[in-house]
Design a protein around this ligand. Structure first.
Ligand SMILES: Cc1cc2nc3c(=O)[nH]c(=O)nc-3n(C[C@H](O)[C@H](O)[C@H](O)COP(=O)(O)OP(=O)(O)OC[C@H]3O[C@@H](n4cnc5c(N)ncnc54)[C@H](O)[C@@H]3O)c2cc1C
Length: 451
């Protein structure tokens, strides 16, 4: 046994799972990717996380950090290296009732958070799925059902507890290590392991949530009308349009407009939502008052072997009409991917572009195309996907890291504009000069990228 491994076994109080162990099969994989790591560590304390980081660094092994395990590129596992699985660090605790300050373990899921905060009449705008991790979603954005009113999940982070590449435990906030605090709000897992976040939660009532469906043939007009309306709609309203769902008829699938109105007043909700109902011939209307926690989907893991090719980008106001026109045209083809367009703007756009490492503040919309299926089917879909993106690329801005299944240099350049990347690289040099935390859309400490 190597001395690094001996030290780990001595210092680590959590679970160590290795090939041959009964739990290995499930512990080796993240939700969307299989892997064969040599050691899966499940820390139960900050001291364990520190021991795990020191072990990976001294053994010279690849390190993957797993929050909720939902990352599309499969960053939550690897072959032959170490996985630090944070799922045991999932406590949710209200630390300041007056300020609605909540401490959330770095391995918690948004379902755990919603359930823990509901009895206190609080919520955090996060994402749309219970099983998605607080860690991955928050560190690069967090577009949830209250995003227009409260901003991204990362906009509501007040502080974080972290373990850096040297194994040091640090507290970061606007006052303590502000460079690191800036970097972790958008820069992903590049700078260390967040063992806990401190979030400012917001008071919540039950909310009006559900889908309004329109015929596929009305996609073009519904999309344009929806985007025009969202520009002037109250910020209590957040909305997503999903279409070309292959499991609901592909090109014939209804256009589903998801609406979430942050409030329980039926008149105000109707005033906000009715303009959407008037966009076309409604074929289904499932909007109902419900607890915020119930708006989050369960998110059952896909069967093993199912792959996802997901790609995202943002639309600034001037490009919205053309991007939506292309997407509406694309959805009519048999080879269309599943498409979802999400409203952002509102509170997201009021944060200055350089205040956090999430740079796409001007965007009105974020959209995602997804092809899913067994590997051969996803491979077969790629040429059509590339053709679609060749049409979109001249009009789009950047990319949203949380909905990218690839991690090429072009992806990293799309996520981080040159100035953001330069600042991130400076922070990386300070806190992770050896690039121990490389399982992410990676910011290189040394190599300077072209501007
Ligand atoms: C079904 C589904 C629904 C989704 N819905 C939304 C949505 O509504 N809104 C939205 O914005 N996004 C959404 N996403 C995208 C989601 O935000 C990303 O997939 C995100 O990366 C998942 O985070 P995770 O912790 O579950 O994943 P992981 O694979 O565990 O982690 C992703 C990345 O974050 C790093 N990381 C995770 N936790 C920590 C931590 N505590 N400290 C340091 N690094 C960490 C990992 O190392 C990895 O690089 C959805 C994804 C899926 C699959």
């Amino acid at each position: 046994m190597s001395s690094a491994l001996e030290t780990l076994r001595r210092d680590f109080g959590g679970g160590i799972i290795e090939p041959g162990d009964t739990e290995y099969e499930s512990a080796s994989r993240s939700v969307l990717a299989a892997g064969n790591p040599a050691h899966v560590l499940r820390p139960g304390s900050i001291a364990d996380v520190r021991a795990g980081v020191r072990f990976a660094a001294s053994a010279g092994l690849l390190l993957s950090v797993r929050g909720g395990g939902h990352g599309f590129p499969g960053f939550g596992t690897n072959d032959g290296g170490v996985v630090i699985d944070l799922s045991k660090l999932a406590d949710v605790e209200i630390i300041d009732k007056e300020r609605h300050l909540v401490r959330i373990g770095g391995g918690a899921t948004w379902g755990q958070v919603a359930v823990a905060l509901a009895p206190h009449g609080l919520a955090i705008s996060s994402g749309d799925t219970k099983s998605v991790g607080v860690g991955g979603l928050t560190l690069t954005g967090g577009i949830g059902w209250k995003v227009r009113k409260y901003g991204l999940a990362l906009d509501n982070v007040a502080a974080a507890e972290m373990v850096t590449a040297s194994g040091e435990a640090v507290h970061v906030s606007a006052e303590e290590r502000p460079d690191l605090f800036w970097a972790i709000r958008g820069g992903g897992g590049n700078f260390g392991i967040v063992t806990a976040f401190e979030f400012v939660a917001h008071p919540t009532t039950d909310v009006f949530y559900g889908t309004i469906a329109f015929p596929a043939s009305e996609a073009a007009t519904v999309l344009q009308g929806w985007a025009d309306y969202l520009r002037i709609a109250p910020e209590e309203l957040t909305s997503t349009v999903a279409f070309a769902n292959p499991f609901a008829g592909g090109p014939e699938a209804p256009v589903e407009v998801y609406v979430a109105f942050d409030g329980d007043d039926p008149e105000l909700a109707a005033q906000a939502i009715d303009p959407i109902r008037r966009l076309g011939a409604v074929t289904g209307d499932g909007v109902a008052l419900q607890p915020y926690a119930d708006t989050l989907a369960d998110g059952a893991p896909p069967p093993p072997g199912i792959q996802f090719a997901s790609r995202s980008a943002f639309a600034d106001q001037e490009s919205v009409p053309e991007i939506l026109r292309i997407l509406a045209e694309v959805r009519a083809s048999e080879r269309s991917p599943f498409i979802a367009v999400r409203s952002v703007g509102g509170a997201v756009s009021r944060v200055p572009g350089d205040a956090t490492a999430y740079a796409h503040r001007r965007a009105e919309l974020m959209f995602v195309t997804t092809a899913a299926g067994p590997k051969p089917a996803v491979e077969a879909a790629r040429p059509a996907l590339e053709a679609i993106w060749d049409r979109l690329t001249p009009h789009v801005t950047g990319a949203y890291a949380n909905f990218l299944s690839s991690a090429t240099e072009e992806d990293v350049a799309a996520i981080y504009p040159a100035e953001t990347y330069r600042r991130l690289a400076a922070v990386k040099r300070r806190y992770d000069p050896g690039n121990l935390f490389a399982g992410n859309h990676n910011v290189q400490p040394r190599v300077r990228r072209r501007a």
